[in-house]
Design a protein around this ligand. Structure first.
Ligand SMILES: Nc1nc2c(ncn2[C@@H]2O[C@H](COP(=O)(O)OP(=O)(O)OP(=O)(O)O)[C@@H](O)[C@H]2O)c(=O)[nH]1
Ligand SMILES: [Mg+2]
Length: 305
């Protein structure tokens, strides 16, 4: 066993924190160790928590941590912020909300921002999840702030994805349906203490059961939670655990693996193309409309294998 894996297995926090910093910084020296890092995984359940800003994701994560601690689990949390300089405040807020568990040695919380030049935030996140797994945390929760494309992508990497919504969805529903709900395994209609939560849940259920083009997918489970009081949180934890087996079916595992390889391939190709001696020249030719972007990409792919 290498030093890296042995350190993680020791259960000490400092080596894990150091490793996460290296992952976040895209430290190229880590690349040869990734095989070993992934091999050291203990099979943690990786759970994505996503949804629109302010829907209560962090509050719900905090409540879920409490629930899983009562069940004797060690919980790892990655709070991922794709637009970090912009939402520093949100992350600070997350920290404060999860402060309740700050002194708990069996809870490891870390905020991740996009800094790495090697691999995008999605890749960085799943490598970080592998590190938490190797360190013995299970489940590993990934909270993503916001509701854009990068969040959807990060959600796709998780084995189980919980989308946190609020009752007052109104006309947004159609727009949201196209994006986030597509990746949801479970939808938590949070702020269940507000009027209309049960109605919103019923509407979602009706909508999801008639949504076309998703025959190969089981419709998501729709639940109502109140993160602030804890109502529905144990049921949500149960639903997440129940989904674990489904997430590990050969078909689901293969789909996830394909996404990961595709993502890694795109990152790798982009990085290598930027190192290509013809990069500057080629980009300029595209800017000058002498070359189309596809031919340019093909040129830059030559000899990068
Ligand atoms: N009434 C009510 N308020 C809630 C509930 N859950 C969360 N909130 C409140 O909603 C606000 C936003 O909660 P957060 O947990 O920060 O939401 P978030 O989705 O993590 O927000 P971002 O990370 O900024 O996207 C806070 O003021 C919470 O106290 C709930 O179940 N009921
Ligand atoms: Mg949050």
């Amino acid at each position: 066993m290498s030093e890296l894996v042995a350190e993680l297995a020791s259960g000490e926090r400092r080596p894990l924190a150091r490793l996460l910093t290296r992952i976040e910084n895209g430290d190229a020296a880590l690349r040869p160790q990734l095989q070993e890092l992934f091999g050291a995984g203990r099979g943690a359940h990786v759970v994505g928590i996503t949804g629109p800003p302010g829907s209560g994701k962090s509050t719900l994560v905090n409540a879920l941590i409490g629930e899983w601690r009562r069940r004797g689990r060690r919980v790892g949390i990655l709070a991922v912020d794709p637009s970090s300089p912009y939402t520093r405040g949100a992350i600070l807020g997350d920290r404060i909300r999860m402060m309740e568990h700050a002194a708990d040695r069996d809870v490891f919380m870390r905020s991740m921002a996009s800094r790495g030049e090697l691999g995008g935030l999605a890749a960085t996140t799943w490598i970080a999840a592998a590190a938490l797994d190797a360190a013995g945390y299970d489940p590993v929760l990934i909270e993503t702030v916001g509701a854009g494309q990068s969040e959807v992508e990060i959600a796709r990497l998780a084995e189980t994805t919980v989308v946190v919504e609020v009752p007052e969805m109104g006309d947004e529903v159609q727009a949201i349906k196209a994006g986030l709900l597509e990746v949801a395994d479970i939808v938590a209609v949070n702020k269940g203490d507000r009027p209309g939560a049960d109605r919103a849940a019923r509407q979602l259920r009706a909508m999801m059961s008639t949504a076309g083009g998703r025959v190969e997918r089981t419709p998501p489970k729709i639940m109502v939670t109140t993160a602030t009081s804890g109502d529905g949180v144990a049921e949500l934890a149960d639903a997440v655990e129940a989904h674990r087996e489904q997430a590990r079916s050969p078909v689901a595992a293969r789909g996830r693996a394909a996404n990961q390889v595709r993502r890694a391939l795109a990152d790798l190709a982009a990085t290598r193309a930027r190192e290509h001696p013809a990069w500057d020249q080629t980009v300029q030719e595209v800017a000058d409309r002498e070359l189309d972007p596809f031919t340019a990409a093909e040129r830059l792919m030559e000899g990068v294998g």
